[in-house]
Design a protein around this ligand. Structure first.
Ligand code: AMP
Length: 281
């Protein structure tokens, strides 16, 4: 496996691979790799001749009071994990090259970025969109792999690809969870032992929600209340939002008609966690 830091070198490598008729899969990450990321690398390896894993803690998607400085960074461990999972290239650009001082272009995502996390993280998805757009231009992949864990991110990227006529297939992969149901996240390392125990409630509440729908509940308001009550039963949890939406449009549902996505964001101490489930038709 090879590590590329230089932007031009990345483009030249891909131009060569494409000229040889190879297909390319891209897995964009911010590093601190776990089984969730590795599942994307596995999926990319099954469908493409070459797999590029980008590792870049993207400054433009962090708000002023968010955890950009504390975000875990360990390129050596990440490289070992990515290689074992089947990566051919680690692309690890420098922030000063991705965002030179004279950069002037920005992207403003519209309504798809307004609800859910977008409401509480202004500018976040604009930052995601510009970095993913740049990564697509640098890596020119046939396919790019994203986790359903960040459900709104997947839809924002799909919207951008459609709006800008980009020629890349977006593949969304299922959420990988710990044995007690907690969705894997690079931010789980921030949790204390007690907080880690409390964090199980997120998935438990979502599963209760699923059961409620399966039993025939039609009222999103009732469903939200049920989940809120469950989460509030633990004083360590502070609910930011619980939304019941259509999984593609992310529009709130007036009636619980499948497919349904239940998405939530919760603070546990200083850590913000998100999770979701989709109840299919
Ligand atoms: P991040 O490094 O957090 O930006 O995540 C990189 C990619 O991995 C994103 O597409 C995430 O949605 C995906 N990802 C993160 N956690 C998980 C998980 N538990 N299961 C599946 N995909 C995940």
């Amino acid at each position: 496996m090879k590590t590329i830091h230089n932007l031009k070198e990345m483009q030249e490598y891909i131009a060569f691979q494409r000229a040889e008729g190879k297909t390319v899969g891209l897995v964009p990450t911010m590093g601190a790799l776990h089984e969730g990321h590795l599942s994307l690398i596995h999926a990319a390896g099954k469908e493409n001749d070459r797999v590029v894993v980008s590792i870049f803690v993207n400054p433009t998607q962090f708000g002023a009071n968010e955890d950009f400085d504390q975000y875990p960074r360990d390129l050596k461990t990440d490289s070992e994990l990515a290689e074992k999972a089947g990566a051919d290239i680690i692309f690890n650009p420098e922030a000063r090259d991705m965002y030179p001082a004279d950069i002037s272009t920005s992207i403003r995502m519209g309504s798809i970025a307004e609800g859910l996390c977008g409401r509480y993280r202004p500018g976040h998805f604009d930052g995601v969109a510009i970095v993913v757009n740049k990564l697509f231009n640098l890596v020119n992949p046939h396919r790019a792999y994203f986790g359903q864990k960040d459900a709104q991110q997947v839809q924002v990227i799909r919207q951008m690809v459609q709006d800008l006529n980009m020629e890349v297939e977006i593949v969304s992969c299922p959420i990988v969870r710990e044995s007690d149901g907690l969705a894997m996240s690079s931010r789980n390392v921030y949790l204390s032992e007690d907080e880690r125990v409390s964090a199980r409630l997120l998935n438990q509440a979502l599963e209760e929600g699923r059961t409620f729908i399966q039993k025939g509940c039609r009222d999103p308001g009732e469903l939200r209340q049920l989940i809120q009550k469950l989460l509030q039963s633990d004083p360590r949890l502070q609910v930011q939002y619980i939304e019941i939406v259509h999984p593609s449009t992310l529009q709130p549902l007036q009636l619980l008609q499948k497919p349904v996505m239940i998405a939530l964001a919760v603070h546990i101490g200083k850590t913000r966690l998100i999770d979701n489930i989709i109840i299919e038709e």
